[in-house]
Write a protein that binds this ligand. Structure first.
Ligand SMILES: NC(=O)c1ccc[n+]([C@@H]2O[C@H](COP(=O)([O-])OP(=O)(O)OC[C@H]3O[C@@H](n4cnc5c(N)ncnc54)[C@H](O)[C@@H]3O)[C@@H](O)[C@H]2O)c1
Length: 445
């Protein structure tokens, strides 16, 4: 079933070409394309999709998108053949025909009949999957957090801009009513002047101890590792578990920070162009979960200082959570002691006396996945536009950069970079790609 074409020769060819133009699509036509050119723009035209990364959240997104009559899934890709059959059946049952199956995502990008891709791979692969998709003229529904490190994030924002792609990121809380109500309430000034936000995620995940073994049959493990540092296969750092390892992700600070800090940043901003911090400091480590292979910290406290729209601080906490409160949360604190608390499934406002204050209901914004399809057709900016979520992702990486460099990090907003040169040596700023992989660099204006 799988067609594992990520041979050394193919990747060198693709990556080298990507720096100049691309082996995958003619650069000029992608730039000139208004997008979705293949369609005649009738409302009944089908958006044809390919999925990169099966079995997990990518498949969940695919199922959400398959609910719409104007969407069709034509191709599935995974480097692990064992992850494909479930999604294959879902697609076949729905459309009555077999989707194409690939082991190399570039075969999806080669296809002119595919308009857009779902990027559902682990974080260490997002930058290449996404940037190569842009170069091939594909729009995308790209999972969060956008990237493994800051430099990848910046290049992704640059590629989106360069190739004029419509991109919805999987930060679906932006379409969920409790969060949009809370953001509307804050933006309307109803809580008063907000001087602090506190966001957190509870994390007590244990990966356990394992010894390297042979990868399971059907998994092209070398392709799974991709641009990351090569480590021998262990099940506890492969599918789904990778998020607790620095080599593949940023721990809970990127995995959940991008959801919860996104809400704080949106509340403090006027629109999708987010307010960005001036400085961040962070402390923490792998302090509680000791006899375990995970490398990402089980405790992180980061403090960000903002000057926009007025001085305020953002506190980000990864740890054991707060007893009696939701395990994940965003809180807005007003200068006079009121707190607005929002989490998946609810929100409330507390007065300085601890008593609940009545809320205001606002109109919802509609389905996140439908918003993607509509925006691909209209070429409007989706609710979780990549550039905006790149700002949130950068905020998350800043905490990890501060933590691992031991420096207070200063953000250079005009240049999408950090001013703190000493902090640039950590992998959360930039990583060396394992040969022959190579990150194409694009700069956002
Ligand atoms: N938006 C959300 O609420 C939400 C929830 C969960 C996960 N996610 C995100 O979704 C992404 C996937 O997470 P997951 O938990 O489903 O991971 P997972 O490990 O369960 O699934 C990822 C799949 O991608 C495949 N893959 C790896 N490299 C590939 C390559 N080069 N080409 C094609 N396929 C490749 C893997 O083999 C695996 O089947 C992550 O970025 C994660 O942060 C988002």
């Amino acid at each position: 079933m799988s067609d594992n074409l990520i041979s050394r020769r193919n990747v060198i060819k693709g990556a080298a070409a990507a720096t100049a133009a691309s082996a995958l699509a003619p650069l000029a036509s992608a730039v000139e394309s208004p997008g979705f050119r293949r369609m005649t723009q009738s409302p009944n035209d089908k958006l044809v999709l390919g999925l990169i990364g099966c079995g997990g959240m990518g498949a969940s997104n695919m199922r959400s998108l398959m609910e719409f009559n104007d969407v069709e899934v034509a191709a599935l890709c995974d480097v692990d053949a064992n992850r494909i059959p479930g999604d294959f059946k879902t697609v076949k049952d729905k459309y009555g025909k077999d989707p194409a199956v690939y082991g190399d995502y570039r075969r999806i990008l080669d296809r002119k009949d595919i308009d857009a891709v779902i990027v559902g791979s682990p974080d260490h692969w997002h930058a290449l999957h996404f940037i190569h998709s842009c170069e091939a003229g594909k729009d995308s529904y790209c999972e969060k957090p956008l990237s493994h490190n800051l430099v990848e994030t910046v290049s992704m924002a640059g590629a989106q801009q360069r190739f004029k792609r419509v991109v919805q990121v999987g930060t679906w809380q932006r379409s969920s009513k409790e969060f949009t109500d809370a953001i509307n309430y804050i933006r309307a000034g109803k809580l008063g002047k907000v001087v602090k936000c506190h966001c957190w995620i509870s994390d007590s995940f244990r990966a356990g101890r394992q010894k390297p073994v042979d990868p399971p049959k059907g998994l092209d493990y070398d392709a799974w590792v991709g641009p990351a540092r090569f480590e021998p296969y262990q099940q506890n750092r492969c599918h789904w578990n990778w998020r607790w390892f620095w080599n593949y992700g940023g721990g809970m600070t990127t995995d959940w920070g991008v959801h919860m800090m996104d809400i704080a940043l949106l509340g403090m901003s006027k629109g999708q162009n987010l307010v960005m911090p001036k400085h961040v400091s962070a402390y923490g480590g792998k302090w509680s979960i000791l006899d375990d292979d995970r490398t990402a910290p089980d405790l992180t406290e980061a403090i960000y200082h903002f000057e926009d729209p007025h001085p305020w601080v953002l506190q980000w906490s990864v740890g054991r959570g707060e007893p009696g409160k939701p395990g994940h949360c965003t809180e807005f604190w007003s200068e006079d002691g009121k707190v607005l608390r929002v989490w998946r499934g609810g929100w409330l406002i507390l007065g300085a006396d601890g008593k609940e204050i009545p809320k205001t209901e606002y109109a919802g914004v509609g389905n996140h996945w439908r918003n993607f399809v509509d925006c691909v057709k209209s070429r409007e900016m989706p609710r979780s536009d990549l550039r905006s979520v790149a700002q949130t992702t950068a905020v998350c990486h800043l905490a990890n950069i501060a933590l691992n460099s031991g420096r207070q990090v200063e953000w250079d907003n005009a240049n999408w970079d950090i001013k703190t040169r000493e902090a640039k040596s950590v992998e959360q700023y930039k990583r060396s790609y394992r040969k022959p992989y190579r990150l194409p660099m694009y700069s956002p204006a």
